[in-house]
Design a protein around this ligand. Sequence first.
Ligand SMILES: [Zn+2]
Length: 84
Amino acid sequence: MRNPNVCRYVMLGLIIIGLIVAGLSAIVYGVDKMHPLFVVGVVIAFGGIIFGIVTIRCPFCHRQLHLKGIVPDSNCPYCGSKFE
Ligand SMILES: [Zn+2]
């Protein structure tokens, strides 16, 4: 069973990594012209958001769970099923 709480951590991790990569690129190479590393960072961060939208779902009723915050859900708010 895929745990939506784990998927949420993965999503947050990807977003943070993407922002760090984009931020480092802006610091190291400046923002006058867009460096490829900045684009890579933004793509990683957006990829994390898309990953979250696709995967952070109840494994039982497949409804979208909240994406915000790091507080894990212990139950599905829709069908009440317990997550591992
Ligand atoms: Zn559910």
